[in-house]
Design a protein around this ligand. Sequence first.
Ligand code: ZN
Ligand code: ZN
Ligand code: FE
Length: 763
Amino acid sequence: MEQTVCRRVLVTGMVQGVGFRPYIYKLAVTMGLKGIVYNSGQGVVIKVEGILSRIEEFINFIHAHPLQLAHIANVNVNTFPGQGFKDFTIAVSKGGVTDKTVVPPDAATCAQCRREILDSVDRHYRYPFTNCTGCGPRFTILKELPYDRTCTSMVSFPMCESCVREYNDPGDRRFHAQPVACPVCGPKVYLVDQHGNKIKGDWVEQSRLILSKGKILAVKGLGGFHLACNGLDNSAIERLRRLKKRPAKPLAVMCRNLDVVRKYCLVTTKEAELLCSPAAPIVVLPKRSASSLPQALSPGLNTLGVMLSYTPLHILLMGRCFDLLVMTSGNKGGLPLVTDNASALAQLQGVADFFLLHDREIVNRCDDTVVCINENKTHFFRRSRGFVPEPLMVPGNNQGHRGGKDIAVLGVGGDMKNTFCLLRPGQAYLSQHIGSLDKLEGQNAWHSALQRFCHLLGVKPRAVALDMHPDYYSAALARELECPTLINVQHHHSHMAACMAENGLNGKVIGVVLDGTGYGLDGEIWGCEVLSGGYHAFAREFHLQYLPLPGGEYAVNNPWVTAVAYLISMFGEQGYEKAEQIFPDRRKQIGIIVKMINSKINTPYTSSCGRLFDAVSALLGVCRENTYDGQAAVQLGEMIPLYYQGELDPYPYTVNKGVMGVSILFSSIMHDRARSVPPEQIAKRFHDTMVAMLACAVQDVRARSGLNRVVLSGGCWHNRYLLAASHGFLADKGFDVYVHNKVPPGDAGISLGQAVIACHNIT
Ligand code: ZN
Ligand code: ZN
Ligand code: FE
């Protein structure tokens, strides 16, 4: 007979607050092992007794079948003197350390809860707030720590007897699940019209009826409101666009199940995994060319943002009635997502016909996360619900963290697509998507989210990092915090550092930062930059040739203006004529643009990559006006996959004395355009030219500096073709190339870079 042994197993990672102890309990009991499991400061500790082979099997099982919401970092096994355990138990946590100090992100409804809400004999049948330790709301309902029901918005819903029983039963799936609820004790849903009058009858049936009639329904979800309509009803979608004043920006849809997604879009295994993961993000997928999807969902694009129903409320709402529902954020243009019933009725009045409300408070606003799969890895457009507030591991620097664990460095982020970042030793906590800071509502949202984060983490920023831009709202917000240590960080340096940090890089690298707008050290608008350096400092090695931007923001919104400005500044009188030929209906305005450029009135200079893409997009007749951020560039990038007619050499360009010149590139494009070369072909050659030109600059930097690591950051790297082609090209040249896979490459990621830079520059 095998001898009984004892082992002490320490499991670290995201293992607290996710039902890990009951999982271990059940596993041990099933395997006939004795012992104890409890939370410690480092993770979950298991002391387990039994025969050696069984214990090994037990440990292997934990490795091979990690609990859905748990992310195991390490499993450490030590021998331990036997204690003669009689059974297996879950110990009540001692001291200050409990699983209640960890805040997991919200998780999509698990398969078991899904089964229960559809099972007419289960007590959770048709209950829209069903959840368990493996799923449900977390961050969005949490007011403060410890993570206890009393500290969440579930405090107003005392558990009924049945729920208490499950909550206290270590063998139950709902053991210590803080938000558990049932039809007897939990929150309730109700449907109202525009005036707040309740609609009688079953909310599920009534809501489905409303949607099937082509009406718009505002739905209170997990992290905020959505505006919903039938995703196959073209006129409903067009009406929603009209009322929301959103003519072209792609709308996300929610699908009933994975089969439905496959019916309309092409889905790889990796993409399917992401869709079905607990984070349940919006995944941007290629549309099937023969699918019957309404054009109005994502006009001018080959892709569509898709998610699966991730709460019981959504599952019940869709039923078998709808293949897909449009689920776009419930807000007024540029304002934060609406989270409470009263604001919904006030703000979405005139857009939504009906409102599906409930009486559980959304404590932390949290927009849907948007990702795609690039080169088999996750690429974030927006990192929010399902990921926040899980920290990222980043290279530590003790210097910035003198004074202990409760000291943090804050990166306040940028003005667009804002997030902020609180950095603790080795751990970066990025906020949820805050969005635009140009309005008071956005600034208030920023303030309250920051307050909540500091409170939840128990930290107070000892240093605050901000963008150098003198007019940034985020910078003004940073100054208002009255922190004695303010550190100004250049925009593109932040981008570079963000990519370094998420890849765990130290030392020096080459940074290729491509974006729309960032305030440069010379006071001009930067945006297509090849940098070298690290967290401490950087040098600007190359930049795109400076071009005029008449009217600044006006040109940003009107790519055709940028196109005209480039033609004029590159080709003078000739450019004027060309501009008039290409945009004959804009003669008058072209005259004004010329005057502005010549007299330098309200015409800053820019090396922006985004503007270059805008100009080419407008010249090729792809997009003249941006109705949403990056539209012209996005549509230009989307043309590439349509073009498969062999390889063409890049257009000519110059890389000289720190400047990447595009004058000859432009005349070549004009030449091709005059010869009626298909715009897809010109677009592809333009992209290939960018790849070659940037690689040329990067090779020059390597030759002088010996640096071989390249980080790619900035919003232009959302362009799939540009990213894949550059990555491949640089890797072929022997570079170690690093891209963003944990935070978005755009301005949503700069708070991370700011914080890391500040941390390394505190004296
Ligand atoms: Zn569940
Ligand atoms: Zn109950
Ligand atoms: Fe940027």
